[in-house]
Design a protein around this ligand. Structure first.
Ligand SMILES: Cc1cc2nc3c(=O)[nH]c(=O)nc-3n(C[C@H](O)[C@H](O)[C@H](O)COP(=O)(O)O)c2cc1C
Ligand code: SF4
Length: 481
């Protein structure tokens, strides 16, 4: 399987092609130091044999914010060194921190924008990226990722909405690229050429007048020309369309571009893979083979494998899927794909992040801080007397399902639906024994079954299948008269 093939990233090697992109955990305090809770989160990915672990956004400067890791002073290094050690002791993963600079935001809704930065401010940001990268190397990381995505400073320079009119002129691609070029030059000066430097940036800004694929292909090419060792792609997550809540600082994932950044259940699987494929094709066609990481609602092993086989990506990034089940790689490697705890893209984790609460997965047992370890000795959940008693009733435009509680340590139930003889898909995971499917269309036939799952991803046999055939509604009111 290509998923399990090692891949060269500059002078290092990731043991397989699955990456966990940066995801803030809100496990750190406002002091910015690494603590054991944070270490445990990343150790879990290493235990699961994730190829590349990108540690959550880590500030290069002292600017105030909520809970956030930092590498803005030398005294932060020791904690990171301990994290790297424990991660390396736990598994074969490559580990890098994502380093970030962000501008100021206020509770009034005011935010600092690029045009407010003086030449001295810009010089300081460049310098801070260099020193933070050097600290990351000192801490023993396998490389560093420069956060140039979403609503943050480097991304704002790359944006078509960059308001500057000096050498960082937002009206030209070269002007927009200048800041990244300066940062990259400084980082290389500080860490040398023999240590991986990756980048994360937006394949599409997903805001009005923002950039899209033609720009991102060329931005990626410049990054390759500058010698980045991998390119990780994201989408959206901007301030420009963020929704301001009275008395709270703007949060860049509250608007449409935020939906695109962490596509929820309403989006189809893999809505962004065409962007990564086109960017990779363009970079390769221009003579560079820097690995490209594609992310966004990719969770099925067969999908991930096909993307790699078809040359549409070099690595697959899975943020929420690996949060839900950090053992994804190990389960795929041991042909136990059916035991993967499937992310249902409910975005509970996103809401926790938004409210500065500890980021956990809705599918984990209640109250735990980390993904539970797989208990291979536990009996899988089962149905009482082998009968789930599944029933389905069509009422008020929705199909109402109910079933019996499973025996054993079931923590929830996956509801599978087949629409019009298509493929069975999980439409929802629920903790109780009822589900209302509001996304059904008259004129189609539906078949449902449920499986109980436990914290390790072990599942019961499927329940019996129930079928419902829905009539096309009559819209002619006179027919009812
Ligand atoms: C809780 C949470 C925190 C995130 N934090 C970051 C972050 O610190 N840096 C970043 O580049 N992306 C961050 N993201 C975006 C993810 O890395 C990823 O791009 C996005 O979730 C889409 O991938 P997925 O569908 O595999 O989850 C975060 C996403 C979530 C859900
Ligand atoms: S909380 Fe929901 S979206 Fe987030 S990882 Fe868990 S299942 Fe996926």
């Amino acid at each position: 399987m290509k998923i399990l093939d090692p891949i060269r990233i500059g002078t290092a090697t990731a043991p397989n092609r699955i990456a966990v992109p940066a995801m803030v955990t809100r496990l750190s305090g406002e002091d910015g130091f690494v603590n054991q809770g944070i270490i445990d989160r990343y150790v879990r990915y290493a235990e699961g044999h994730v190829g590349l672990i990108v540690v959550e956004a880590t500030a290069i400067h002292e600017s105030k914010s909520g809970p956030l890791l930092r590498l803005s002073r030398d005294d932060f290094v020791a904690g990171h060194r301990e994290m790297v050690k424990q991660v390396k002791d736990a598994g074969p993963s490559m580990i890098v921190p994502q380093i970030i600079h962000f501008m100021k935001v206020a509770r009034s809704g005011w935010r600092q924008t690029l045009d407010m930065l003086s030449p001295q401010d810009i010089d300081k940001i460049v310098e801070d990226f260099g020193t933070a990268a050097a600290r990351a190397r000192e801490a023993g990381y396998d490389g560093v990722e420069l956060h140039s995505a979403h609503a943050y400073t480097l991304s704002s320079f790359l944006s078509r909405r960059n308001p500057r009119r000096d050498e960082f002129d937002g009206r030209t691609l070269e002007g927009r690229l200048r800041m990244f070029g300066r940062v990259m030059a400084e980082v290389r000066k500080r860490v040398g050429n023999d240590w991986p430097v990756g980048v994360r940036f937006l394949a599409e800004e997903a805001i009005k007048d923002g950039y899209a694929l033609p720009d991102s292909q060329r931005i990626a090419l410049r990054m390759a020309q500058l010698g980045v060792n991998y390119i990780s792609l994201s989408v959206g997550g901007k301030f420009e369309d963020a929704v301001h809540k009275e008395g709270e600082a703007l949060y860049p994932y509250t608007g449409y571009s935020g939906d695109r950044c962490m596509p929820g259940e309403q989006y189809p699987p893999m809505p962004h893979v065409h962007l990564a494929a086109s960017i990779k094709e363009f970079v390769n066609a221009n003579g560079f083979d820097v690995p490209v990481i594609s992310a966004g609602k990719i969770s099925e092993p067969a999908d991930a494998e096909r993307l790699l086989q078809d040359g549409k990506a070099d690595m697959i990034g899975m943020a929420r899927q690996l949060l839900a089940d950090p053992d994804w790689v190990r389960k795929v490697a041991s042909k136990r794909e059916q035991s993967i705890v499937r992310c249902i893209y409910c975005n509970v984790c996103k809401q926790l992040d938004e409210n500065f609460k500890l980021v956990a997965c809705f599918l984990w047992p209640k109250g735990v801080e980390q993904a539970p370890h797989e208990d291979t000795t536990a009996d899988a959940p089962a149905w009482p007397d082998g009968d789930a008693g599944l029933t389905a009733k069509f009422e008020n435009g929705a199909v109402k399902l109910a079933w019996k509680r499973a025996t054993g340590a079931a923590t929830g139930y996956d509801v599978y639906r087949v629409e019009a003889d298509g493929t069975p898909r999980i439409v929802e995971a629920v903790k109780g024994t009822k589900f209302v499917d509001r996304m059904v269309l008259g004129g189609l036939a539906y078949a449902y079954h449920v499986k109980a799952y436990d914290a390790s991803g072990h599942t019961s046999p499927p329940s019996q299948t129930v079928r419902v055939e829905l009539p096309i509604p009559a819209y002619d009111e006179t027919a009812h008269a």
